[in-house]
Design a protein around this ligand. Structure first.
Ligand SMILES: [Zn+2]
Length: 401
C-alpha cells in the first residue's frame, strides 16, 4: 500500500475531459433511477426523458436541488419510508443513517445502502490518502459527532488508508492532548479552528510546544481560512508539520470529494467514480468552464448513490479554480474554497465574503492581525469592516464537517 502513488489512478490521472465524458455516459441510467425510485425526483423530473440527457449542456437545463428541497422532503413522516421523499430504495436496504451538521438549519438526514457505504469508504480513503495518510500514520480525528460525514465515515476512511485511527473527538481537551503525546500521533485531522488553536493548549497542558510532539501532517478543512497562506504557515509552524493538506466533502453527496496533494496547490477533485461536479454562476445558474482563475459555486449530481441520491445539488460552496492537472500527475481540477453563499454579505450592491474582508485587512495590517475573523449573527457590513481592521476575527458557521 505504501508503494502506490494514487488511490484511484484511473479516475485521478486520466484527462479531465475523458473523465467528464465517462460521467456523462452514466447520466441516463442515473436519472432514470431518480425519476422511478424517488418521490422527490419523480416530481422534479416529471417532464424529463432521461435517455436524452447525454451531455453536460443537457444536464445544465435540468432543475437544481437545494438543501431546502431535501429538508422539505423530510418534513412529512411517511410510514415505512425513513428518509422521506428523497429516499430511493426500500428502507430494508439502508444500513446507515447520517445527518448534516445542522449549522444552517434543521439537520437533514441521509442514508447509505451497503453499496453506498462502499463508495463512501473509498471516497474518504482517497481523500485521506491524497492528503498524506499512509500505513505508518497515527492519525488523530477531532470530530465529536459520529453521525456526520466527518464522524464515522472519516474514521472508516482513515483506517482504510492503513493509518492507525485515534478518535479523540468529544473528549475533554486535556485528555486529547495527553493522548496525542502518549500514542505518538503524527497526523492531525480537524477543522481549521481546531488545528489552529489546539497547539496553544498543548503548550499549556504539556509544558512544551506542539511542534515537539512529532506531528508531520495536518489535514484540515470545513472552513475557508486555510486558503490564506498566513493561516496555513501558522498551522505548519505551530505543529512543526511538514505538510498541511486541505480536504472537502459534503454529507449530502460524499464525505471525500476534494483533497490536496503534496504540491499544496489546491484541492484535487477525487470523487470521479461516484459524483459529477459542475461549476455554475450562483446568480444566473449558468455553467462556468473549469479554467484557471474561474470562480463559481459547486453543484453535485450523485452517479452511484442508491439510498438518497441528489440531482444538481447546490453546495453553496464558492470556489476558485487554480488549474486543471498538477505536477503530482493527477489530471483533475484544483480548487480553493473562497466562502459560502450563506456567509455572503451584500454591501453597496456587491457580494462580499467575510474571507475577502480578511484578505484586505491582512494585506494592510498583516503584521498586527492574526487572520481570524469574527462574524456577527446579524452583521452590518460597515461595522464589520471597521471591526476587522482592529481586532482578531474568528470565522464561524462554515462547515461541512
Ligand atoms: Zn497534485
Amino acid at each position: 500500500m505504501t508503494d502506490r502513488r494514487y488511490w484511484d489512478e484511473e479516475f485521478e490521472c486520466r484527462p479531465w475531459t475523458e473523465n467528464q465524458q465517462w460521467q456523462v455516459k452514466q447520466l441516463p441510467a442515473t436519472l432514470a433511477r431518480l425519476r422511478n425510485d424517488s418521490l422527490l425526483y419523480a416530481d422534479l423530473l416529471d417532464s424529463v426523458e432521461p435517455s436524452r440527457i447525454t451531455s453536460l449542456d443537457a444536464l445544465a437545463d435540468l432543475p437544481m436541488t437545494g438543501k431546502e428541497d431535501l429538508r422539505r422532503g423530510q418534513e412529512e413522516i411517511l410510514p415505512g419510508v425513513i428518509l422521506g421523499r428523497q429516499q430511493a430504495v426500500p428502507s430494508e436496504r439502508i444500513v446507515q443513517i447520517l445527518s448534516s451538521s445542522g449549522t444552517t438549519g434543521r439537520p437533514v438526514y441521509f442514508g447509505l445502502t451497503e453499496a453506498d457505504r462502499g463508495a463512501w469508504l473509498s471516497s474518504a480513503a482517497a481523500m485521506f490518502f491524497t492528503a498524506g495518510l499512509r500505513s505508518d500514520s497515527v492519525a488523530a480525528l477531532s470530530t465529536a459527532m459520529p453521525i456526520v460525514a466527518g464522524g464515522l465515515p472519516y474514521a472508516d476512511g482513515i483506517r482504510a488508508t492503513g493509518a492507525a485511527l485515534v478518535w479523540l473527538g468529544g473528549q475533554p481537551t486535556a485528555r486529547m492532548v495527553s493522548t496525542l503525546e502518549q500514542v505518538q500521533v503524527n497526523a492531525v485531522v480537524g477543522t481549521v479552528s481546531f488545528v489552529t488553536f489546539l497547539p496553544a493548549r498543548v503548550q499549556e497542558l504539556l509544558g512544551r510546544p506542539a511542534s515537539s510532539i512529532g506531528v508531520r501532517t495536518v489535514i484540515t478543512g470545513g472552513e475557508p481560512g486555510i486558503a490564506d497562506p498566513g493561516t496555513r504557515a501558522a498551522i505548519a509552524e505551530r505543529w512543526g508539520a511538514r505538510r498541511v493538506s486541505e480536504i472537502m466533502g459534503l454529507c449530502d453527496v460524499l464525505p471525500g470529494i476534494w483533497s490536496e496533494c503534496e504540491a499544496e496547490s489546491g484541492m484535487h477533485f477525487i470523487g470521479g467514480p461516484d459524483v459529477l461536479v459542475e461549476l455554475i454562476d450562483p446568480d444566473s445558474g449558468q455553467p462556468i468552464a473549469w479554467t484557471e482563475g474561474a470562480e463559481g459555486e459547486l453543484v453535485y449530481t450523485t452517479l452511484t448513490r442508491e439510498a438518497t441520491p441528489v440531482l444538481r445539488l447546490r453546495s453553496r460552496d464558492h470556489i476558485r479554480v487554480l488549474g486543471v492537472g498538477c505536477a503530482c500527475g493527477r489530471a483533475t481540477p484544483r480548487i480553493r474554497c473562497v466562502g459560502r453563499t450563506d456567509d455572503m454579505l451584500i454591501f453597496k450592491g456587491m457580494n462580499v465574503f467575510p474571507s475577502a474582508i480578511r484578505d484586505v485587512a491582512l494585506a494592510v495590517g498583516g503584521d498586527r492581525l492574526d487572520g481570524e475573523v469574527q462574524r456577527r449573527q446579524q452583521p452590518c457590513a460597515r461595522e464589520l469592516v471597521a471591526d476587522v481592521v482592529g481586532i482578531a476575527l474568528v470565522e464561524v458557521g462554515f462547515g461541512n464537517f
